[in-house]
Design a protein around this ligand. Structure first.
Ligand code: BDR
Ligand code: CA
Length: 311
């Protein structure tokens, strides 16, 4: 099977952890490396979490720590959703290998340069590293096939009434990504709020009964509790793995190619993604926006990856 080479830039994070499993254990994806970005927790914590998830699931790829704050300097942790460690809910094993000694942005450049094929960048945290890569290594832009990011929304936000968390954390980074004119896919809350971890999904996870599935169940139960407390959602949405799923099987979502702009200055709306579904502005389409999910297709691939990771 022809594999899509990707670099996963993430801030684990409960749903980021599941995205790592899907990227590592689906045969359609070649995971070249993992870079971390401050988001769900400060950079040291999310980096440690990435290494621990790799240890749990026996994943061996280069991992490098990236940006510890947004382009304009902001840092904020989502401990209300992901807990103090950014990955609360189950113990994870100690890392089994060391971090790369270079910055995450430089690892992205190194991996892109080394790849014989164009590479897809997948962002499941704030887009800081991806934006810095585009700015620092403009000569490598032509080696990028596609940028897929989890973030934004065509309707309301989850960090402010109009801004989704990843984009709120670093709106200027999305501005850089949008200006790149590369093929871009946006996996926003519209579609991720359809990827719910329902009772049936929890039952299937539990039935696997491996170290990986037990750990993931513990983590997801924690995530379910915070989602219920904060958003009154009894079944939490598993956002980040959808950014991998669309690369495995593009029919897992229904998309619209439309104009997306980022609000950088709004009094109450900074960080809002302005998605022009009906082309009312006449502006040029620039982003493929995922809007509808094939729930069964997604969960089949996600559960299969958790199962394989546990064997
Ligand atoms: C996004 O924010 C984070 O809390 C999740 O990991 C996901 O990437 C959802 O808004
Ligand atoms: Ca994330």
């Amino acid at each position: 099977m022809k594999k899509t080479p990707i670099i996963l830039d993430c801030d684990p994070g409960h749903d980021d952890a599941m995205a790592i499993l899907l990227a590592a254990y689906n045969p359609a994806i070649e995971l070249l490396g993992i870079t971390t970005v401050s988001g769900n927790g400060i950079i040291d914590k999310v980096t440690e979490n990435a290494l621990r998830v790799c240890a749990l699931a026996k994943i061996q790829v280069p991992v490098a720590q990236g940006a510890g704050n947004a382009i304009l300097g902001a840092v904020e942790a989502a401990s209300d959703i992901h807990g103090e460690t950014a990955l609360d809910g189950a113990p994870l094993p100690a890392p089994t290998f060391a971090l790369e000694s270079i910055h995450g942005v430089d690892l992205i450049a190194q991996l892109v340069r080394k790849s014989s094929e164009k590479v897809t960048l997948v962002g499941t945290g704030p887009l800081t590293n991806i934006a810095l890569f585009l700015k620092m290594y403009p000569e490598l832009k032509s080696n990028i096939a596609h940028i897929v990011f989890m973030g934004g929304s065509a309707s309301r936000g989850n960090r402010t009434p109009y801004a989704e968390f990843n984009i709120w954390m670093d709106p200027e980074a999305l501005e850089v990504v949008l200006k790149s004119e590369l093929p871009i896919t946006m996996i926003g809350l519209d579609v991720t709020h359809q990827a719910l971890i329902t009772k049936e999904i929890f039952d299937k996870l539990e039935a696997m009964n491996t170290e990986v599935s037990k750990t993931m169940t513990g983590l997801m139960r924690f995530f379910a509790k915070t989602y219920n407390d904060v958003f009154e959602m009894p079944d939490p949405p598993l956002h980040d793995p959808l950014a991998i799923a669309v690369l495995i099987d593009p029919t897992v979502t229904k998309n619209r190619f439309v104009n997306v702009e980022i609000e950088l200055n709004g009094t109450h709306t900074r960080g809002a993604t302005v998605v022009d579904i009906y082309n009312r502005t006449g502006r040029k389409a620039n982003v493929n926006v995922a809007l509808e999910l094939d729930f069964d297709k997604f969960w089949n691939m996600m559960l299969d990856a958790v199962d394989k990771a546990g064997r």
